[in-house]
Design a protein around this ligand. Structure first.
Ligand code: MTE
Length: 334
């Protein structure tokens, strides 16, 4: 993956949205959606944040309503949120280009509705399910998670989603299902990165988890962030969030979930196996061959305020997930 230098466009630390001001805003947005108030009645700060980087994906009404009604949880309550403008304008979504600004720039017309997901492989219940059907059987909640990219930058994002395990159980996986494979939409007409002659990726983007990782309560399927439907550039309408792994595991715009016996052939492992592993657990002791993973640049960061912090083992989720890897050599299985 390409590492980019910090740019002037990165937000200043004074723009950091505190959790309480976001929650106030969220409450306000929820009320606005419920009574149909126009955005003009939002507090000035909220307008500024939103107008600076408006959500280009409005989503269908039923999804907006469900997202706005998501339950708050204690996850990440004490974290300082990364500003909405960074979360939605500094992205990795190679289907829309390799620069951090490309997804925001080129995904605005992406069609994320209607959407359906194909379920296949080692499970009793297979078929194609609409997003509406999938979401009719889960409870949405808000979880604030840290996201650590393998490129050594990080963010704190208030996701709206549900536990992946609650979805997977519905399809009754067989005992032969050892891994879960996820595939992103392949649609070169809509995704300029997929038709680029310079692209080295063998599309579509594929990711995978071991079954126990997929069933871990920390593993989330997200349909929203910051109290809103997922913006296209963040993987609308339906993406994975695995907070203890490097961000590339958190695959976006998923159209297929397959239960498989063998470890899936995933995009980055296929591209550069000596640099990116299947497990991709955040680990400050195992460097990327081209850079250190000991520290990270927490956005917003700038030239004079790089905001570098120590990287934590499993991105700070050791208590929740370390047992999944007991006895494994994490240098070998990076
Ligand atoms: N999913 C797809 N389909 N394509 C991608 O290029 N990039 C990954 C991941 N999911 C990527 C993807 C990487 S490298 C990261 S760090 C995260 O998405 C970034 O998520 P964000 O842009 O919402 O912060």
């Amino acid at each position: 993956m390409i590492i980019k230098r910090t740019k002037k466009s990165d937000a200043l630390s004074s723009e950091i949205t505190s959790h309480s001001s976001y929650l106030n805003r969220r409450q306000f947005l929820g009320q606005s959606a419920a009574v149909g108030l126009a955005a003009a009645s939002l507090p000035a700060q909220a307008i500024q944040t939103h107008e600076a980087s408006r959500n280009k994906n409005n989503g269908p009404a039923w999804l907006k309503q469900q997202v706005a009604a998501a339950k708050e949880t204690a996850w990440g309550k004490d974290e300082t949120l990364t500003p909405y403008s960074n979360v939605t304008q500094y992205n990795n979504f190679y289907e829309f280009g390799t620069s951090k600004e490309d997804p925001y720039r080129y995904a605005s017309k992406f069609k994320a509705d209607p959407w359906s997901v194909e379920i296949d492989g080692e499970c009793e219940v297979k078929g194609t399910f609409t997003l509406e059907d999938i979401l009719s059987q889960v409870d949405l909640e808000e979880r604030i998670y840290r996201l650590r990219c393998v490129e050594a930058w990080s963010m704190v994002i208030p996701w709206i989603g549900f536990e992946l395990s609650s979805l997977l159980k519905r399809f009754k996986p067989l005992s032969s299902a050892k891994y879960v494979e996820f595939t992103t939409l392949h649609d070169p007409k809509q995704m300029p990165g997929q038709r680029s002659v310079f692209s080295t990726i063998d599309w579509p983007y594929v990711e995978g988890l071991r079954m126990d990782e997929a069933m871990n309560p920390l593993t989330l399927m997200a349909v929203g962030l910051y109290g809103e439907v997922l913006p296209n550039q963040n993987g609308a309408p339906f993406r994975l969030v695995v907070p203890w792994k490097y961000g590339f595991k958190s695959i976006k715009s998923i159209v297929k979930i397959r239960f498989v016996e063998e470890m899936p052939k995933t995009t980055w492992v296929d591209l550069a196996p000596h640099e990116y592993g299947f497990y991709a657990n955040v680990n400050p002791q195992v460097d990327h061959p081209r850079w250190s993973q000991a520290r990270e640049r927490r956005l917003p960061s700038g030239l004079f305020k790089p905001n570098r912090i120590e990287t934590q083992m499993f991105n700070g989720y050791e208590e929740e997930v370390a047992s999944l890897y007991s006895g494994m050599n994490l240098r070998k299985f990076y």
